[in-house]
Design a protein around this ligand. Structure first.
Ligand code: GRF
Length: 196
């Protein structure tokens, strides 16, 4: 079983689905939040998973990332999962975890990188949106995609309604993608996600 650490900043609903699906290919050995008192920390504690709060305030990006890296190494993490983690990680950190660091983004990447995704999808009158799990590379939301799921976008959708519809598929998609990585069925090779 691969040792997985999850980085969060908030409510942790994806963390919750990863906790529920754990057991076969992976176990969650640590949850780190950069924000204290968030619901995701309660979810981890309810599942008896060790938690750590590492605030980012007043630190350089490199020193904050260095603290996270040290905590991950001390816990012998083998895979690092970003689940609603709202900080951009430095190139050095990303390179140090290359091929072992994944994120979920609420769009069909490479479309709609960045923030205000659902607002922009609705403004553009897209018929389809969705979620993507990808390897993290230094460029934001640009890493090779491991798995995607799509949802329809309806004319009457508000950003919140669309976000909820996307979130539903995220909860199924993220554990599936993590399992592929933990089982060695997908690897990052020469900048591509390679499936075996
Ligand atoms: C999700 O929509 C995810 O795609 C994005 O941040 C949100 C996190 O939600 N990266 P939660 O904290 O997992 O509930």
């Amino acid at each position: 079983m691969k040792r997985v650490a999850v980085l969060i900043s908030g409510r942790g609903s994806n963390l919750g689905s990863l906790i529920e699906a754990a057991g076969g290919s992976y176990k969650i050995i640590l949850v780190i939040s950069n924000v204290e008192g968030v619901a995701g920390l309660d979810r981890a504690q309810a599942a008896n998973i060790p938690t750590q709060v590492i605030p980012h305030g007043g630190k350089t990006r490199e020193s904050f990332d260095g603290e996270i890296d040290a905590a991950l190494r001390a816990a012998n993490a083998e895979i690092v999962v970003l689940a609603g983690f709202m900080r951009i990680l430095s190139d050095g950190f990303v390179r140090g975890w290359e091929g072992k660091l994944i994120n979920i983004h609420p769009s069909l990447l490479p479309a709609y990188k960045g923030t205000r995704v659902h607002e922009r999808v609705i403004e553009a009158k897209e018929a389809l949106s969705g979620a993507s799990v990808h390897f993290v590379v230094p460029e934001l939301d640009a890493g090779p995609v491991i798995a995607q799921a799509s949802v329809p976008v309806y004319p009457a959708d508000s950003p919140q309604i669309l976000a909820d519809r996307v979130l539903d598929v995220e909860h199924k998609l993220y554990p599936e993608a993590l399992r592929l990585l933990a089982d060695g069925k997908v690897k990052l090779q020469n900048g591509l996600a390679v499936f075996t």
